[in-house]
Design a protein around this ligand. Structure first.
Ligand SMILES: Nc1nc2c(ncn2[C@@H]2O[C@H](COP(=O)(O)OP(=O)(O)OP(=O)(O)O)[C@@H](O)[C@H]2O)c(=O)[nH]1
Length: 354
């Protein structure tokens, strides 16, 4: 008789858990952004099951590589998401792709645990997150109490069910983000595309004008790019564009955004920065490229760029398109003035290997 009561009690308990799973799934199923997904998932599980520490580990390679930038930039996700080697994940859960419970020697798996939790947690449940059968992450729940996720006493069936649901939702959000990434980025350099430049500039231009705040846009164009293509080939040309794009990102990072405008033309935009401040950044990009030729096969390809900028406060443009037009004209003037001087280094090099 007691067994039947126990059985009924178990069924009730499982039904309650299934309802909680349903609530969690309902909250995360239609989320389109990975930062909201991680934030909502971890908070919902904390709330529904009263778990003090919940976080996910994700790989930083495909198919999740495009999520890294957003997730690392989101301040509220500190301790909620870690980018971890797949090897470290396999070390923790083995090859079985099943939930593992631990309350001893947790320290040896430090790579998969946020630093601030390492000395506090007494037990942890680690569940695999998979996409197309491949391990891509771990869903982790932990408590100070060593008995909460005791490997000798607990069945992991329900936790495995939860991790399957989370894996399906992760696949959905990843696919949505991938589509958005492809629609907003230049496929060669990974920089934001021209459409995004126009959307961002239109928004920021209105905001800066109304707040009497500065905003500077700078065109950057590779010198003699056609000759690089013609002499060393299209692949080399592609590498030059990628090299310039990386440099732009490095110098503009945290102060603004960089875009591929068209062909060998790039634009960076710095809200809140004056013309002089943005020009200093352009100078430093130019100087770096000038001093560091690109290594392509057995060649060191010299690269120089021309640039021209315009800003809201010093040029008083009437629209964001006008701002871009002024910057483009300055680039054109700069290029024409320099044509006879600096790029000679590039031409000399190209003539030598022709
Ligand atoms: N490799 C490569 N070439 C491209 C790409 N997009 C455009 N191009 C080429 O870039 C070249 C741009 O030529 P131009 O606008 O004359 O530029 P340039 O030779 O740098 O001339 P100046 O700007 O006057 O110094 C064209 O030959 C395009 O075919 C690309 O994605 N990859």
């Amino acid at each position: 008789m007691q067994n039947i009561n126990e059985l009924i009690e178990n069924v009730r308990h499982n039904e309650q858990i299934a309802l909680k799973f349903f609530d969690i799934e309902r909250c995360i199923l239609s989320i389109g952004r990975c930062d909201q997904f991680v934030s909502t998932l971890t908070k919902e599980v904390q709330k529904q099951f009263n778990v003090p520490f919940v976080w996910v580990n994700l790989i930083s390679e495909p198919p999740l590589a495009h999520l890294v930038e957003t997730l690392e930039k989101t301040i509220g996700l500190r301790d909620r998401v870690l980018f971890t080697r797949r090897g470290a994940m396999i070390d923790a859960i083995g090859a079985g792709n099943k939930t593992v419970l631990m309350n001893q020697d947790i320290g040896q798996y430090w790579e998969i645990i946020p630093q601030s939790y390492r000395s506090i947690i007494g037990s942890v449940a680690i569940s695999p997150l998979t996409m197309d059968g491949e391990l891509v992450g771990l869903f982790c729940q932990a408590d100070q109490d060593v008995g909460r996720y005791d490997p000798t006493a607990k069945d992991t069936f329900l936790l495995d069910q939860l991790s399957i649901k989370i894996s399906i939702c992760l696949s959905n959000v990843t696919a949505r983000e991938k589509l958005e990434y492809l629609a907003t980025r230049d496929p060669l350099t990974g920089l934001l595309n021209r459409r995004q430049l126009e959307l961002m500039l239109e928004r920021e231009f209105t905001r800066c004008k109304s707040q009497n705040r500065d905003l500077t846009a700078v065109f950057v164009d590779c010198d003699a790019f056609k000759s690089i293509n013609d002499t060393l080939g299209h692949n080399c040309g592609d590498e030059v564009l990628e090299y310039i794009a990386k440099r732009l990102l490095k110098h503009v990072y945290k102060q603004g955004l960089a875009f591929r405008f068209a062909g060998d033309e790039f634009v960076f935009v710095m809200p809140g920065k004056s013309y002089e401040q943005a020009m200093e950044v352009a100078d430093s990009i130019h100087d770096y490229l000038h001093a560091n030729p690109l290594r392509y096969k057995s060649n060191l390809v010299p690269i120089t760029v021309s640039y021209g900028g315009a800003s809201v406060l010093s040029d008083s443009p009437t629209s964001y398109k006008h701002l871009l037009k002024i910057a483009d004209e300055r680039l054109y003037n700069y290029k024409n003035n320099r044509k006879r001087s600096v790029p000679t280094k590039v031409f000399k090099f190209l003539n030598k290997i022709r």
